[in-house]
Design a protein around this ligand. Structure first.
Ligand SMILES: NC(=O)c1ccc[n+]([C@@H]2O[C@H](COP(=O)([O-])OP(=O)(O)OC[C@H]3O[C@@H](n4cnc5c(N)ncnc54)[C@H](OP(=O)(O)O)[C@@H]3O)[C@@H](O)[C@H]2O)c1
Length: 240
């Protein structure tokens, strides 16, 4: 799918990777970008820089908010499900509320967005859905066990959608980043890729029609391990 002239919606656009995806979409020639955020006042400086950015109030865990966004943004052709949380760490040490928070956003909220926007996407000649997952969708990183489980579930749903939507001219892309330099992993010391580099790779991947987008060197290296030997990636993550 060409981003030039696409109408893009990015969830979680007020900071981190989402913000970079808004900028990268415009740089690739998007006609309009809806910037979804729970608190749209956090979009003021970004929207002030470009007249093609439309702030959109959106909490993906609220059915009413998702329905209102779908009613308003009727011309979307590229839905980027970027919003995510890292609330649950170890599966045994996390509380039920932390585990539920990860699934509410990373799995149920992401799926709810896709379902709500399907009638809109179906009207376009060509449309695409991008789900921002993680390398921990491939194998659990036990230190982030709850988050890994939610991202693995979302990976599974992404594969299911690809088949379900194949006849409807809607392509479905999964993105599997390694560590990105954003608030989400601010306190974790490790090499990270800048959100701008990751965002650009995601846009390139969508344009190239890639079903699995590996947007940084760490994700590509881990994907290679997983392809060769899934148990090796499981062991590598367990040692972290
Ligand atoms: N950072 C990494 O190392 C890394 C690696 C692999 C994958 N990812 C994935 O990349 C995506 C972007 O993460 P990030 O690194 O940019 O994290 P971030 O800086 O923490 O930003 C998360 C974004 O998601 C939004 N969000 C959270 N819950 C939401 C909800 N219920 N409704 C709407 N928006 C919501 C946040 O909005 P508020 O400001 O309102 O909280 C924020 O804009 C996520 O899906 C994450 O899982 C990140």
């Amino acid at each position: 799918m060409n981003i030039a002239n696409a109408v893009v919606l990015v969830t979680g656009a007020n900071r981190g990777l989402g913000r970079a995806l808004v900028v990268a979409s415009l740089e690739a020639g998007a006609k309009l970008v809806y910037a979804g955020a729970r608190d749209t006042s956090q979009l003021r400086d970004l929207a002030g820089q470009h007249d093609k950015i439309v702030p959109l109030e959106l909490d993906i865990t609220s059915a009413a908010s998702v329905a209102a966004a779908a009613a308003r943004a009727q011309d979307v052709t590229l839905l980027v499900n970027n919003a995510g949380v890292l609330a649950a760490y170890g599966v045994l040490t996390s509380t039920p509320a932390e585990l539920e928070a990860d699934f509410a956003t990373n799995f149920f909220g992401t799926l709810a967005m896709t379902k709500a926007f399907l009638p809109v996407l179906e009207r376009a000649d060509r449309a695409a859905i991008v789900n921002v997952l993680s390398v921990v969708s491939f194998a659990s990183m036990p230190a982030l066990g709850g988050y890994s489980a939610a991202k693995a579930a979302s990976f599974s749903a992404t594969q299911a959608l690809r088949k379900d939507l194949a006849k409807r001219t809607i392509s479905v892309h999964g993105v599997f980043p390694g560590p990105i330099d954003t608030d989400m992993v601010r306190q974790i010391e490790m090499p990270k890729t800048s959100p701008a580099v990751v965002a650009e790779a995601i846009i390139d991947g969508v344009e190239a029609g890639l079903e699995e987008i590996l947007p940084d060197p760490t994700s590509r290296q881990m994907f290679d391990v997983w392809k060769r030997d899934p148990k090796a990636l499981e062991r590598q993550f367990a040692s972290m």
